[in-house]
Design a binder for this molecule. Structure first.
Ligand code: F6P
Length: 335
């Protein structure tokens, strides 16, 4: 392999820049040429790329977002879109491609790999942590820390006013962010799509907490609790589930209730040490995978090991929420 490309796709995630840096510098270490493809698959289809140097990835390891920009490219989902992308890869002489993104991005990546015309490797980059085959995705830890930081602040006001706060967090159709942040933030209740919930029971828990002397109640709600995928950019069009929960709790308990939708605050900011470390290990391994001539795999982490997982295995199942952790969070808040 002489020349490879790297792109970021789907929602940005903190740590993507650290992954780009590792891909570029590992490739340069092996004297490979590396191109940064801008705006994800959209940029690939439209030949929007620049050759990367070691300096072009300097001073980015600590920055959130992605210097390559990102997009959710509808056009790439079509046959025509994929043909265009392959034609650009061929005309540029790109023999390898590193795709940093989430599940949707990997589906596109897998189709390019299946063409046999380019070697493709995926790096899991999404705050949602919903990709099977890896314990963590790049961006998840930072997002959870952002949520816990917000809960810590909200707690001050919640206690002072003895209010109920409903904190709605991202995660699309999964509850990983809600569960981790709820546990680490000491939430009274955590509502996630993977576990059943009952608003009557929730209200009873809130009231019982106040009776036992609690000064406030923090309820973490995953945005996906209503079931079904949450369409990207839905913020302006649909009512957030957090408001529905908040209204119900206020009416039923008579307690003063506030709703906070954390939104894209969760996706921004400097990546944590864990995200930078994973991103760096994943980026370096992705280049090794391509150099070894392998393709159609995602790199991930299982335990302490960086692993390679074929895309088919990633697509074959849904990542399960640790049920026992959810139970533990409930036990701790009820006692
Ligand atoms: O996939 C990452 C994510 O932040 C989800 O948690 C959220 O549902 C979605 O993206 C929001 O998408 P957008 O930034 O396009 O509104």
């Amino acid at each position: 392999m002489r020349r490879l490309g790297v792109l970021t796709s789907g929602g940005d995630a903190p740590g993507m820049n650290a992954a780009i840096r590792a891909v570029v510098r590992t490739a340069l270490h092996y004297e490979l040429e590396v191109y940064g493809i801008r705006h994800g698959f959209h940029g690939l289809m439209h030949d929007d790329m620049v050759q990367m140097s070691s300096r072009s990835v300097g001073d980015i390891i600590h920055r959130g977002g992605t210097i390559l920009r990102t997009a959710r490219a509808e056009e790439f989902r079509t046959e025509e879109g994929k043909k265009r992308a392959l034609a650009v890869l061929e005309s540029r002489g790109l023999e390898g491609l590193v795709v940093i993104g989430g599940d949707g991005s990997f589906r596109g990546a897998a189709e390019l790999a299946a063409s046999g015309k380019v070697k493709v490797v995926g790096i899991p980059g999404t705050i949602d942590n919903d990709i099977p085959g890896t314990d963590f995705t790049v961006g998840f830890d930072t997002a959870v820390n952002n949520v816990v930081d917000a809960i810590n602040k909200i707690r001050d006001t919640a206690t002072s006013h003895e209010r109920v706060y409903v904190v709605e967090v991202m995660g699309r159709h999964t509850g990983f962010i809600a569960l981790s942040a709820g546990l680490a933030g000491g939430a009274e209740s955590i509502l996630i799509p993977e576990e059943p919930y009952d608003l009557e029971e929730l209200c009873a828990r809130v009231l019982s907490g106040y009776r036992r002397g609690k000064s406030h109640s923090i309820i973490v709600v995953a945005e996906g609790i209503e079931g079904g995928p949450v369409p990207p950019g839905r913020g302006c069009e649909l009512e957030s589930p957090g408001f529905k929960v908040g209204r119900y709790v206020q009416q039923r308990t008579g307690l003063e209730t506030r709703v906070i939708i954390l939104g894209h605050i969760q996706r921004g900011g400097t990546p944590t040490v864990l995200d930078r470390t994973l991103a760096t290990l994943f980026g370096a391994r992705a280049v090794e995978v391509l150099r070894a001539g392998r393709s159609g795999v995602m790199v991930g982490v299982q335990g302490q090991q960086v692993v390679e997982v074929p895309f088919e295995e990633v697509f074959a199942r849904k990542k399960a929420i640790p049920h026992e952790v959810w139970q533990l969070a409930n036990v701790l808040s009820l006692t």
